[in-house]
Write a protein that binds this ligand. Structure first.
Ligand SMILES: C[S@@+](CC[C@H](N)C(=O)[O-])C[C@H]1O[C@@H](n2cnc3c(N)ncnc32)[C@H](O)[C@@H]1O
Length: 233
């Protein structure tokens, strides 16, 4: 299936948060991010916390936004009958992740989540792991993504994921250095991301919202999108 590509915009884009994922970076991503950083900087281990959470909600039509190296797709025990779509701004991530999943039927969509989403389908599960802390701007801007995803979530579907917080948690020595480095480079944009604001923004759009913090990482899930007319005032 061919990759769909979306046009550009003059507004602030999410390019900086995606540009770093070269083939080399993706080849060391699992070791550096998923093994070392998740355990020792963010204190939210991949194998015992994040991977089981990824597996928890996989439905028959799954959309993974920001697949990175494709680790979760390879190890997520995704049933053969599940139709998988990947959306990412970086073609390297799309290619590597699709290859690791090993299913030629996987649909890939090249798009920037800070812009209008070119989605047409409806999904039973939508995962966004370690995507939101890569996006620039205020949390309220980032959270518009969850509004855009509402029409693409099945009635009983779940949108869920993880993100590194910048506020309201205590980063250790290693985490503080990584936070400063990545935020200064524009790879992260999460200095002001806190659980409360995040939770509130999700509650504005979805009936069922669950959040929990492990280390410096927020794990969230939301379902039952609210009718937009409820939010109109
Ligand atoms: C930190 S990696 C996360 C990889 C994987 N989900 C994980 O949890 O390890 C972030 C991914 O999001 C993508 N990404 C970053 N900013 C984006 C944007 N504005 N629009 C779409 N994808 C973006 C990157 O290209 C990369 O694949």
């Amino acid at each position: 299936m061919a990759t769909q590509v979306v046009g550009s915009s003059t507004e602030q884009t999410g390019e900086a948060g995606a540009a770093i994922y070269s083939p080399f970076v993706l080849s060391v991503y699992d070791l550096w991010v998923l093994k070392i950083s998740n355990s020792f900087a963010w204190r939210c281990p991949t194998k015992s916390i994040q991977l089981p959470f990824f597996k928890q909600f996989i439905g028959k039509r799954h959309l993974d936004i920001g697949p990175g190296s494709g680790y979760y797709l390879e190890h997520g025990n995704i049933p053969e009958e599940t139709a998988v779509t990947l959306l990412d701004l970086n073609t390297n991530s799309l290619n590597v992740a699709k290859q690791r999943l090993g299913r030629p039927s996987t649909v890939t969509i090249e798009a920037d989540v800070t812009q209008t989403l070119p989605l047409e389908g409806v999904y039973d599960s939508i995962s966004l792991f370690f995507l939101l802390h890569c996006l620039p701007g205020l949390l309220e801007e980032k959270m518009k993504l969850f509004t855009s995803l509402k029409p693409h979530l099945a009635q009983k579907g779940v949108v869920y994921g993880s993100t590194i917080l910048g506020k309201g948690i205590q980063h250790n020595w290693f985490g503080t250095r990584l936070m400063n480095f990545y935020n200064n480079k524009g790879v992260f944009g999460n200095r002001d991301d806190g659980e409360e604001e995040f939770r509130q923004a999700l509650c504005n759009e979805y009936e069922n919202v669950e959040t929990r913090i492990v280390g410096c990482v927020l794990l969230f899930s939301a379902s039952r999108p609210k009718d937009d007319s409820e939010n109109s005032d």
